[in-house]
Design a protein around this ligand. Structure first.
Ligand code: PEP
Ligand code: MG
Length: 584
């Protein structure tokens, strides 16, 4: 968003995406390909370029060897074989001679020589009009890009997996597959040039409890690797190369916060209860069995959102029913008799799967996403429903459908569920026939129709990450419109109030699993509006329970009433801050 400097210190301001202070060396992660911008070398530089090519090809062999070994573990030898074929290209004498002659005879720099030689061969393969050879042409280009990335000093995902010491990741943005491969134990903080408060990077940072600043702007990519950085995820400020006194201040703040968190965590195993004994469920958003275990450690009373799409990432194909069944059982077994709400696949928007061709869309967030895609794709939807239902046998499992916009979609989804229940019964497979079924309310039409939908579901969970973007017509990952993306906008609060009233009117409970549920500033207001369940990233649970314990329900109701009388988000925020309910 902006950049400034004082002496040698540089400061960058972005969006405060995940609280806490991280201090450590910058690790620049720039996986996108950069065009070779170096001028063609003089003839005398040929030896240098040849040596660069040799080095890069050697490094690519090492990378592919590691990728092959990992792929064998994950997919078996057959699925991994493609990476052996990639390695073989690097040993092809004809191809390597061609690269060499491009350097020696055409005086091209290493990147251009590799690109031209590989592209020439790829085109020859393509011309053979046999599908097998056409696919090899794609592989050849993939290997060429890998070598060029190494030549340009650009990191790939393997670099994230190989992190060997604690660093602050500086990147343009991070995709779900970047973060899935990352050695998270070595990540102190994130700084990204793009992204909004509910972009994948921001959400994952909060899940992991890693301080993060997003939407800083391209200037942050100018930070040199290894520069000592301070990431203040609470204020959205990143500082580079500060003086000793400033560094001392930040170290003190970081350590004080850690102490406070340790104390809160020790109290977090009490149920979420207000000062006057009103119980609300404080549960977690998770992505797999490991995050479910971490959630219990932070005091989660169950899981309010299991984002199943993470099981579909970093693979070559849709997980089978058996694989999904294994994953759902594993998570439910971690939780014991605590509730587990499994959300059906929410893919599309900013989450794409390489093996599922959703097609090009002008507006992916308004497109063929989540339940829309699932209802049209029974070959994906039904195995997931079967797996969830089978996991429900003897376990506290509930189903939740994402992105519901109409009652007709609820009915179609329930119909698909009934079909699957009949199949399972006919096959003699066990499931809980009373598995509760709820929907996410994240499209304004569903919020406005909540009174009509409530009788046909068992619960609502308000997905504010999307509800805000659709209500305010602002892309949730676009930092340029972040000023509109405000959970406290009266339009958003009115919709939330309406959903809670509609659910309660029909005798149903209502939770919230968007990021807003963990915002301490808003928590008293949501409690006062009558929210029954708060589902959040696990590290946020201890502080939320602490705050709940300091409030009475009547006090929260007064706060909600007063806040909803105000006309702007700014006035509401100022009012909530004036109450000084949160410990600094
Ligand atoms: C939401 O939209 O609030 C939500 C929880 O879903 P996601 O962030 O996965 O879209
Ligand atoms: Mg959503």
């Amino acid at each position: 968003m902006n950049e400034g400097s004082k002496g040698t210190t540089k400061e960058y301001q972005g969006l405060a995406a995940s609280p806490g202070i991280a201090i450590g060396p910058a690790f620049l992660y720039l996986p996108q390909e950069k065009p070779a911008q170096r001028p063609a070398p003089a003839p005398a530089d040929c030896a240098v370029e040849l040596a660069r090519v040799d080095g890069a090809i050697g490094a690519a062999r090492v990378q592919l060897g590691k990728i092959y070994a990992q792929a064998v573990e994950e997919m078996g030898e057959e699925g991994a074989a493609i990476f052996l074929a990639h390695q073989e290209f690097l040993d092809d004498p004809v191809l390597l001679d061609e690269v060499k002659s491009q350097i020696e005879e055409q005086h091209l720099p290493a990147e251009a020589a590799v690109e031209r030689a590989f592209e020439g061969h790829a085109q020859q393969l393509e011309a053979l009009e046999d599908q097998y050879y056409q696919e090899r042409a794609l592989d050849l280009r993939d290997v060429s890009r890998r070598v060029c990335r190494i030549l340009a000093g650009v990191q790939d995902q393997q670099a994230l997996a190989d992190l060997a010491w604690p660093v602050v990741i500086v990147a343009h943005d991070l995709t779900p597959s970047d973060t899935a491969q990352m050695n998270k134990a070595m990540v102190l903080g994130f700084c990204t040039a793009t992204g909004g408060l509910t972009s994948h990077t921001a959400i994952i940072a909060r899940i992991l409890g890693i301080p993060a600043v997003v939407g800083i702007g391209e200037a942050v990519l100018g930070i040199l690797p290894g520069t000592s950085l301070i990431v203040d995820g609470g204020s959205g400020r990143v500082r580079a190369a500060v003086d000793d006194a400033t560094m001392g201040d930040y170290v003190h703040q970081r350590d004080a916060r850690r102490e406070q968190q340790t104390a809160q965590k020790a109290r977090a195993h009490q149920p979420g209860i207000t000062k006057d004994g009103h119980h609300v469920e404080v549960v977690a958003n998770i992505a797999d069995a490991a995050s479910a275990r971490a959630a219990l450690d932070f005091g989660a009373e169950g899981v309010g959102l299991f984002r199943t799409e993470y099981l579909f990432l970093n693979r070559q194909s849709v997980p089978t029913e058996e694989e999904q069944y294994g994953d759902y059982c594993a998570v439910a077994d971690v939780l014991g008799d605590r509730p587990l709400i499994i959300r059906t696949l929410d893919i599309g928007g900013d989450k794409q799967l390489p093996y599922l061709d959703i097609g090009h869309e002008m507006n992916p967030f308004l497109g063929w996403r989540a339940i829309r895609m699932c209802l049209d794709s029974p070959q994906i939807f039904e195995p997931q429903l079967r797996a969830i239902l089978r996991a429900s046998a003897g376990r506290n499992v509930q189903i939740m459908f994402p992105m519901i916009a109409t009652l007709a979609e609820v009915r179609r989804a329930r119909e698909a569920l009934r079909r699957v229940q009949q199949q399972l019964a006919a096959e003699g497979l066990h499931f809980d026939s009373d598995t509760p079924v709820g929907i996410m309310v994240e499209v304004p039409s569903a919020a406005l129709m909540a009174d009509l939908i409530a009788p046909e579901v068992d619960f609502f969970s308000i997905g504010t990450n999307d509800l805000i973007q659709y209500t305010m017509a602002c892309d949730r990952v676009n930092e340029k419109v972040a000023y509109l993306y405000d959970p406290l906008h009266p339009a958003v609060l009115r919709l939330i109030r309406q959903v809670i009233e509609a659910a309660h009117g029909a005798g149903k409970w209502v939770g919230m699993c968007g990021e807003m549920a963990s915002d301490l500033e808003v928590l008293p207001l949501l409690l006062g509006l009558g929210l029954d369940e708060f589902s959040m990233n696990a590290p946020a649970i201890p502080a939320a329970k602490d705050l709940l314990a300091s409030l009475t329900l009547a006090q929260a109701q007064r706060i909600a009433q007063e806040a909803l009388l105000k006309s702007t988000a700014m006035e509401i925020r100022a009012y909530l801050r004036s109450l000084s309910l949160i410990q600094p």
